[in-house]
Design a binder for this molecule. Sequence first.
Ligand code: HPA
Length: 267
Amino acid sequence: MKTIDTLRQRAPNLQPRIAVVLGSGWGTLTEHLTSAIQIPYAELAGFPQSGVAGHGGSLWLGQLGAQPVAVLSGRQHGYETGAVDGMAEPLRVLKSLGCHTLVQTNAAGSLRPYMPPQSLMLLSDHINFSQRSPLVGLGGSERFVNMVDAYDPPLRAHARRVAQKRGATLFEGVYAWAFGPQFETPAEIRMLRLLGADAVGMSTVPETILARHLGLRVLALSFITNLGAGMSAEDLSHAHTLQQAQLGSLSASDLLADIIASIDTPS
Ligand code: HPA
């Protein structure tokens, strides 16, 4: 059976409008879901079989407040196989199910001392430092995607308003995609800062490109787990990223649930 038919059968009354990708440490968002069903990626053709500790690997269909959502808990990263289009089929399926917006989350290193671990940063733009694209090999003129305002300005304004109402600090800045899986060198961190990046991570950019190609609006948030390599005495490791992400994940996912629940459907 085609994946879209499987999903229509499993959740016949749910028409998700917002697709959400949960990165490291954002998994507690699923605790906010009501009327939810969880489907392991293993049961969905074309969905990634993620092997990274801390990345779930399930699609959740449910509601955040009155908002019907589809939550991708776990993404495939470029550094797992070298392919950067691992999330192409899930996003295509969710668009076909009725999603108009993609909300992305990730864990990232900060390049700015004033934005310490546990901070939240709204992405205003990105630098595709990996210079890889999930659209390579596609035909058609649509592949020449316009990336101006890739992170939707009205959605960003909405997120800032919700954060302000809750008294939460929300930084805003440019995210650089480093391919990984190794962390950056201190020299690379200095270079990225000079290039205008405010945070660095190993995800999100390919999905933003895919989403813009599909015509989805994008909003993305980073949870800062560390200062970039060489900026502090801390040792960087995946375990450290997950531990830091867990510390702040409850308040981060509270804010995220609030932001998503009150997103308007575009006219
Ligand atoms: N670099 C790249 N990816 C990351 C980092 C980092 O410092 N922290 C969390 N994800």
